[in-house]
Design a binder for this molecule. Structure first.
Ligand code: G6P
Length: 532
């Protein structure tokens, strides 16, 4: 199928797809999931290409694997685990069985405990030693940080709880900057770590503990923990009543739907958090039931596969024209690149296609004044993914929102249309002539024919955020199955961690640099001379 797709690509690669984009293509090359519209008309995919891409899904058995995932089968084969983050948002679904036991009662009771705790923090019935909680600090990294940090920002208009801070980096500048803004007597510290062993998180947690201990009598009373390792949370001194557990079949980067979302729940309240879960659940229903050529997560994945594996465009830019989603690109970098950045297939063979693409981006319109130059005129083609809401939350500034939307639409139009030499000449014909006119005009040419997709929705409310995040999760799943990789492990982060542990005494000077390569030894020596 890869060869057929590549052959087909050769026949369409030079075609200007702009010429195809009429009203019927806009209809045929778009799909809806609930209130969300996914438009992929501004790409070089035609009906034949789409049919071949859909065939990839059938060849890879995506439907069976999808059903196996939702049913709790151990599809994370390298770790022998189920992949069941979808169970965390299965609010009114039926039982889900892992190893013969229904996991739903435990999930729903943990959700209720989270709601009770979040409510008590919000209404002051759980208070700090100096009064009502004013600040919540979530200490976590990777999946224990990026999801809730992104979502707390995204749902800022719904935020009516205490201030939320996120500390992730082991760089002391991170935690010190946050602690300076908080009063220990009215701060709740949430230690979020699936494993409760991650060195950055545990180091920051101990720093927060020492900070708390200097000011309040009961150091542990204002700590909560989110983890699968309840023995370790107890050893850290956190009362089991404030420990919210989850199982190892929830991957870190898929975990914001459960206890790892506690900071979000405290920020926006239990009802809004449940609306977020319902949005995710609605996308699950769509993913399970829509035909592939109407299935938004599947289509988003297939467009990505077309661009990365077939066209050879190795990066993809995610550009939310929704400032509330400013952390979405960072969140997606972990979700997508940690999931599908693998070079070995499930059965241990080298991958014979590219792994998932490099994902990057910034909110529009900011990016327009920074890196869009390269997107429009650089020699590499960068497929763009725009996200845009019909309405913002600042009703009295709606005219600004309309300007934002116009910018979003203008960018996808500009990428598609470009500007040819004739048109460029016309732009400067009154200023230059002869060879200088040619030279100046050339700099103003836009190649165009550059693909983009647009995800449009009415407004970024909790339900829509849930739909968007679940959409991307399923996008990753589909891409992973088609590439034949395990999207749910992350062995590629291990080596650096091991070497960092070994280097710590070298940096501290209690061990020499013997056995280290020349570059590392020279860097250690430079940093030591300069006071590390
Ligand atoms: O939640 P934790 O166990 O502390 O893990 C935090 C993060 O660290 C790891 O290195 C993984 O690469 C991530 O997938 C994970 O989200």
């Amino acid at each position: 199928m890869w060869n057929e797709l590549k052959t087909h690509h050769n026949t369409v690669a030079d075609r200007r797809f702009e010429t195809l984009v009429d009203a019927s293509r806009a209809r045929d090359f778009s799909a809806q999931a609930g209130d969300m519209l996914f438009d992929y008309a501004k790409t070089n995919i035609d009906a034949t290409g789409r049919a071949l891409l859909v065939k990839l899904l059938d060849d890879a058995g995506v439907a069976d694997k999808r059903d196996a995932m939702f049913a709790g089968a151990p599809i994370n084969e390298t770790e022998g685990r189920a992949v069941l983050h979808t169970a965390l948002r299965n609010l009114d679904g039926g039982p889900i069985t892992v190893d013969g036991a229904d996991v739903m009662p435990e999930i729903l009771s943990t959700l209720d405990r989270m709601s009770e705790f979040a409510t008590s923090v919000r209404d002051g019935s759980f208070a700090g030693q100096g009064g009502k909680i004013t600040d919540v600090i979530n200490i976590g990294i990777g999946g224990s940080d990026l999801g809730p940090a992104m979502a707390v920002k995204a749902l800022a208009p719904y935020h009516d709880g205490p201030r939320c801070h996120f500390v992730s980096n082991v760089d002391p500048a991170d935690i010190a900057g946050v602690l300076r803004q908080c009063d220990p007597a009215t701060t709740l510290v949430i230690v979020a770590s699936k494993t409760f062993t991650t060195i950055e998180t545990m180091t920051n947690a101990r720093t927060a503990q020492a900070w708390m201990g200097q000011s309040v009598t009961d150091t542990g009373a204002q700590f909560a923990a989110l983890s699968t390792a309840e023995d370790k949370t107890a050893a850290f001194g956190i009362d089991p009543s404030r420990v919210f557990g989850f199982e190892d079949w929830v991957g870190g980067r898929y975990s914001m739907w459960g206890p790892i979302g506690l900071s979000l729940m405290i920020a926006v309240g239990g009802d809004a958090f449940r609306a977020f879960l319902r949005g995710g659940q609605a996308m699950d229903v769509h993913f399970k039931s829509a035909a592939w050529d109407e299935n938004v997560p599947a289509l988003l994945a297939l467009v990505g596969i077309w661009h990365n594996q077939i066209c050879g465009y190795s990066t993809r830019s995610v550009l939310p024209y929704d400032n509330l989603l400013s952390r979405l690109p960072a969140y997606l970098q972990q979700l997508e690149m940690e999931s599908n950045g693998k070079g070995v297939s499930m059965d241990g063979a080298d991958l014979d296609v590219n792994s998932g693409p490099v994902v990057w981006g910034e909110p529009g319109t900011n990016g327009q004044h920074a890196f869009y130059q390269l997107i429009h005129q650089g020699t590499r083609v960068i497929p763009c993914e725009f996200l845009v809401a019909a309405r913002g939350h600042e009703d009295d500034l709606h005219h600004q929102h309309q300007l934002l939307v116009a910018n979003c639409l203008a960018q996808s139009e500009a990428l598609m249309r470009g500007r040819d030499l004739d048109e460029a000449r016309g732009k400067v014909a009154d200023k230059f002539e002869g060879a200088e006119l040619e030279r100046q005009a050339k700099h103003r040419v836009f190649p165009g024919n550059r693909p983009s997709v647009t995800i449009a929705y009415p407004q970024l409310d909790p339900f829509m955020l849930g739909q968007i995040i679940a959409l991307y999760e399923h996008r990753v799943f589909v891409e992973g199955v088609v590439l034949g990789i395990n999207s749910y492990d992350q062995w590629g982060v291990e080596l650096g961690k091991e070497l960092a542990t070994a280097l710590q005494p070298v940096v501290e000077g209690t061990q020499g640099t013997d056995g280290k390569d020349g570059s590392t030894a020279a860097l250690v020596s430079f940093l030591q001379k300069n006071g590390v």
